[in-house]
Design a protein around this ligand. Structure first.
Ligand code: K7E
Ligand code: CUA
Length: 666
């Protein structure tokens, strides 16, 4: 929701008028009431010197945490160090990235294949670290693509995207990819309900034809990500999710809005019901039904793309069907927990007992109890049933309400010391409150309009609980102006004491909806430095310079090329003709850490290659005009980097210049 939407809503809906006027006022205060950021105004930070000391990481020293921030509409994942806020890397995931050649070179193009063909962009919201026993284990991080529903796995030994699976029967993969306690599954609920399976119907037939889907994606084995099963659910919007932990392991909780099942002017029509739901899915039960053969095999088109680290190559496999479970045929598999008005985030505390619903149009937070929920289910104390899904009674599941005094709660995380921290978008603040007593302990303003927040390990069983990062939607005057577009902004707070203390602002890339962080030592000890050349199984790899060659196969020319400081082999090539498809298969023979070589070719309608030590990558070039074309290394690799260059001669289509290649000879 953005501000203009909120104001528009005001025009349309009288019943909400008073409330929204309040919202409008709060926004005005938030955005303009704080005034300009003059040099001496510290805006909530502790004394500059004290804060600086807490975020200072001396030259050559390491940060304490890796933070992984979603790139939102950049489609990528960025890696920051905490507490310094230094950008360490941008990992391309769903979008082509010219810097690394991702999605441009032949090896990674298949990563972006979907059932719609090559889709070089997505909107990435939620990074989610793999877990063992409910604790982030540093093996992988997953992230969702919202637009063309997908989930990606990033391997944290290489910090590369290694797997992407498309989610069929979904429209807007938002409640994703929240993980189960031992990384058994990542989940994917559809934000937009659509016809299931897809078909051509009148949009006004929504209630009859549109359905939601909740998917469980097998996640614990690299290369084997697949939709294990889907649950067909009513046509609501499934917004966010979190899996249970500890005592609630085996369950996942999904927020829903639009239980009205409206399909137009949703800002008004999907805000009518006083309560929507949290869907509680017993996935262990679903597994039982699956084993009993209760699932229907339904046709579905979706892609699974996997990057093999030994062949240095991604392949796409088309999948043809999914297993679908129907709630009315699978009693005990799913329940609805009534939750005030259009909840956004749903967050489970480290003990697994408290399920926090962040009702974005409500001022208060609603906390449900897992134990109470189980008791209500055992007593069959149901209010009603929707499409075979029992609806529990609100008073049977609710255990507490946090009277926050804030407006527009979105997301909650935990510090592992009995405290919860919730973001309030409209009143632009983080509120700290106590689990069990529900009392507010502290509040800190955010600059401005915070969405998610993140505490390292803050959605796991064992949060590190030392820092909190607020991920803000609006930047305005926080940095030097950069024209109409300002980067989004993150703010780091020290939460080790009773009061939150603002330490640092830093700009981010794209829109970091959510982030996760992990203690650096868990990840860095497994970080790879090179790809051993002897393990390179790329079909067009060569292992030494003497194997360099140029081979013509009809109008396809394959250049088997090597790079090592400071030359390519070969560096003179002749016999290429207009109309040829030229493949540069470049193997980087280096076996030292941080010694990539790049390759670019004049006029190639492509990006560079950036080849890591021991890796092979391929650039496709279709020369259009005769002439002499330089190519060169793009990454300043050595004292003689500028000399790392060569020439290719391109002749007319009908020419009879023979294929010839060389390095340092006539
Ligand atoms: Cu709240 Cu996409 Cu998780 Cu943005 S979402 S804030
Ligand atoms: Cu190789 Cu620069």
């Amino acid at each position: 929701m953005n501000i203009s939407e909120l104001f528009n809503l005001n025009l349309y809906n009288n019943t909400m008028k008073t409330y929204l006027n309040l919202i409008g006022a709060a926004i005005l205060i938030t955005l303009w009431g704080c005034g300009n950021n003059g040099g001496s105004d510290k805006k909530g930070a502790m004394s500059n010197a004290k804060a600086a000391e807490k975020v200072y990481v001396a030259p050559g020293e390491y940060d304490e945490f890796y933070a992984f921030m979603s790139g939102g509409f950049s489609g990528q994942l960025s890696v920051y160090g905490l507490p310094s806020g230094r950008l360490l890397k941008v990992i391309p995931v769903f979008s082509q990235d010219a810097e690394k050649g991702y999605g441009y070179n032949e090896e990674t193009i298949p990563m972006l294949n979907t059932s719609y063909g090559f889709v070089p962009w997505d909107d990435a919201h939620h990074p989610e670290l793999s877990q063992t026993d409910g604790v982030p284990d540093g093996r992988w991080i997953f992230i969702n693509g919202n637009n063309t529903p997908r989930i990606a796995r990033i391997d944290l030994t290489t910090f590369e995207t290694t797997e992407i699976v498309e989610i069929p029967n979904s429209g807007g993969n938002h409640s994703s990819p929240f993980i189960t306690e031992n990384s058994e599954y990542v989940v994917a609920g559809t934000r937009f309900s659509v016809p299931f399976p897809q078909k051509d119907v009148a949009i006004s037939s929504y209630k009859e034809n549109f359905k939601g889907s909740i998917s469980y994606i097998r996640a614990d084995e690299p290369g084997k990500m697949d939709v294990a099963f889907q649950i067909l659910v009513p046509g609501f919007d499934y917004d966010l999710a979190h899996s249970g932990k500890g005592k609630s392991h085996g369950w996942t909780f999904f927020t829903t809005y639009n239980s009205e099942e409206s399909y137009t002017l949703k800002e008004v029509n999907a805000s009518q019901n006083d309560k929507d739901f949290i869907a509680a899915v017993n996935w262990k039960k679903a597994e039982e039904y699956l084993a009993q053969g209760k699932a229907k095999e339904m046709p579905a088109d979706y892609m699974h793309n996997y990057y093999d680290e030994e062949t240095h190559m991604a392949t796409s496999t088309k999948k043809k069907s999914v297993k679908v479970l129907i709630p009315s045929e699978c009693p005990g598999m799913i329940y609805y927990l009534p939750t005030p008005k259009s909840p956004h985030g749903v967050d489970v505390d480290p003990t697994g007992e408290y399920i926090v619903g962040n009702g974005k149009l409500s001022a208060d937070l609603t906390v449900h109890s897992f134990d109470k929920m189980i008791k209500a289910i055992e007593n069959e104390a149901f209010d009603t049933e929707i499409d075979g899904i029992p609806v529990l009674k609100f008073e049977d599941v609710v255990i507490g309400t946090v009277q926050s005094g804030g407006l527009g709660p979105l997301h909650t995380e935990f510090d592992g010391k009995g405290n919860a921290y919730t973001t309030f978008f409209i009143s632009s603040e983080v509120v700290k409150w106590k689990l069990g007593t529900w009392e507010v302990i502290d509040r800190a303003p955010c600059y401005y309009s915070v969405g998610h927040l993140m505490i390292p390990g803050g959605d796991s069983r064992k949060p590190w609980g030392k820092y909190l990062v607020a991920l803000n939607k609006i930047t305005k005057d926080r940095y030097l102006p950069t024209g109409p577009e300002m980067n989004h902004s993150a703010q780091l707070y020290d939460i080790s004491g009773e009061k939150m203390e603002l330490l640092l602002d830093f700009p981010t890339i794209g829109e970091p909806h959510y982030a996760q962080a992990i203690a650096a030592d868990v990840v860095m000890k497994n970080s790879k430095k090179i790809y051993p050349i002897e393990h390179n199984k790329h079909p067009h790899a060569i292992k030494k310079e003497s194997e360099a060659k140029v081979v013509r196969e009809g109008n396809v020319v394959r250049i088997y090329m090597t790079s090592i400081r400071s030359h390519f082999n070969p560096d003179n090539i002749e016999g290429i003709k207009v109309g040829d498809k030229v493949y540069f298969h470049l193997t980087n023979l280096e076996q030292d850490w941080d010694t990539p070589h790049g390759l670019s070719v004049m006029g190639a309608r492509n990006a560079e290659l950036l080849v890591m030590p021991g890796q092979t990558e391929t650039l496709l070039w279709e020369p259009q005009r005769p002439g002499i074309y330089p190519f060169y290394c793009t990454d300043f690799c050595s004292a003689l980097h500028q000399e790392m260059q060569g020439y290719i001669r391109v002749s007319e289509a009908g020419a009879n210049v023979p294929i010839k290649w060389s390095l340092g000879e006539d």
